[in-house]
Unconditional design. Structure first.
Ligand SMILES: [Zn+2]
Ligand SMILES: [Zn+2]
Length: 442
């Protein structure tokens, strides 16, 4: 064996070790550099992102009617080289934009909402600040894509547009069932808030059912021949009386609230149709299901008492939120690093949102970054107005930088992604009646 080759063979293990060591040493600075690049690329889009949010503020569209918002958001994604499919899961205003670099690698999915609230007089408005979510998610997705392209980092970036967060039935559940999120490693979203905070790790939040009870009777002249009528409003009133009695015996953490959505048109006409719409909630799905059975029995009994018929429609189910420390803590640290306002160090519990269902199926985070004054109520005109002011622009841009940074970490750091997935697996199933007191906060 020639001396040169023998020497190379002797040195090979040592060279490998040196190479491995240098890779390890370089890993952290490289990640810092890539993240800094991504943040700069978000910053470079700032003006465009502000304009997008401002445009949606001026052109608010309620759930399932967000046609212009979808055109605006998907237009920007197409311009930036994403493949876009509109109308996924049979929902006209749902979309999925995808980008793939190389083969293999993790898939980061940014989730964006864009529906406005139905306001007084039927006028829509962005009181839940969903007009900031698209710009934040798109800014991050485009920045991450550009960093991956420049550095030949394999992986996928998705932007999934989920309509109608404010109106049941929950669109995300339908998209989940249709497999729209299948293949995603981590789901990332931002939601505007009065403070910058993080969720306490583990299961939290309140599960909820929304159900309509439509009673059908028979109209008649209320004075001339009331004996020919079957009063549907009587059934609704009896239902409310029975629910009030039931409320005394439900678990302390449970809630029931309802309104009458149809109650007749004139006092001198026996109402042939009347309708009640109820939400009932509890920290466990198990108990909400039990409440649902009792509510249905109450409605059927009210129908029986009045000789009417009842049609029961459950039009939305919400689930518990699963928060992962690996995502929450890092996102919170980045938010502070990038200058998020109104930082609240106290970890929070999740609320009732259709994002919660996704968090139980995939590792996921919905960031809360300050984007409105602390004392501005949720779903208020003041919250909507904040989206076009300095505070809204600033919060949205910080959120976009946090989302981009998390994307870089997930795509480039296999150990970090594994820690997220391990924590997700360890969380186990959502709380039951037997376990919820130990794990659920609200
Ligand atoms: Zn919202
Ligand atoms: Zn809302």
């Amino acid at each position: 064996m020639p001396v040169g080759r023998r020497l190379r063979r002797l040195l090979a293990p040592a060279l490998t070790l040196v190479l491995l060591l240098s890779l390890t040493i370089q890993a952290a600075p490289r990640a810092d550099k890539l993240r800094a690049d991504a943040v700069a690329l978000v910053e470079a889009q700032a003006q465009k992102l502000y304009e997008m949010g401002d445009w949606m503020y001026k052109n608010p569209e309620p759930g399932y009617h967000e046609f212009e918002a979808v055109k605006l958001l998907t237009g920007y994604l197409k311009e930036n080289g994403f493949n876009v499919e509109v109308g996924v899961a049979g929902l006209e205003t749902a979309f999925k934009a995808t980008f793939q670099q190389g083969s293999g690698g993790p898939t980061v999915a940014y989730i964006v909402e864009y529906d406005a609230l139905r306001g007084p007089g039927g006028k829509a408005f962005h009181g839940c600040q969903h007009n900031l979510q698209g710009p934040a998610g798109l800014g991050a997705a485009v920045a991450l894509k550009q960093v991956m392209e420049k550095n030949k980092i394999p992986g996928c970036v998705w932007v999934v547009g989920t309509p109608a967060e404010e109106i049941p039935p929950p669109a995300k559940g339908k998209m989940l069932a249709a497999g729209v999120f299948d293949g995603a490693d981590v789901l990332l979203m931002f939601h505007g808030s009065g403070t910058t905070s993080r969720l306490a790790p583990g299961w939290s939040g309140v599960t909820l059912d929304s159900t309509r009870y439509l009673f059908k009777g028979k109209s008649a002249h209320a004075s001339g021949d009331p004996w020919n009528g079957l009063d549907a409003l009587d059934a609704v009133r009896l239902m409310f009386a029975a629910v009030d009695a039931y409320r005394e015996h439900i678990l302390p953490d449970a809630r029931i609230h309802g309104v009458i959505t149809k109650g007749g048109d004139a006092p001198n006409v026996i109402p042939s149709v009347a309708e009640a719409d109820f939400f009932y909630r509890h920290p466990t799905r198990e108990y909400v299901d039990k409440m649902g059975e009792r509510m249905a029995n109450i409605a059927r009994a009210a129908a029986m008492m009045t000789g009417t018929e009842v049609e029961i429609t459950n039009y939305g189910k919400y689930y518990n939120t699963l928060a992962l420390a690996a995502l929450e803590e890092r996102a919170f640290a980045y938010a502070k690093q990038y200058g998020a306002q109104a930082v609240d160090e106290e970890p929070k519990a999740g609320g009732s949102t259709d994002f919660a269902e996704l968090s139980g199926k995939f590792p996921a985070i919905s960031l809360s970054i300050a984007s409105k004054p602390k004392d501005a109520a949720g779903h208020s005109v003041e919250a909507a107005d904040a989206t076009v002011a300095e505070i809204g622009h600033q919060g949205m841009l910080v959120a976009s930088k946090v989302l981009a940074s998390l994307g870089i970490d997930i795509i480039t750091d296999a150990r970090y992604l594994k820690s997220i997935k391990d924590e997700f697996k360890k969380a186990g199933p959502a709380p039951t009646l037997a376990t919820y007191k130990k794990v659920v906060r609200w």
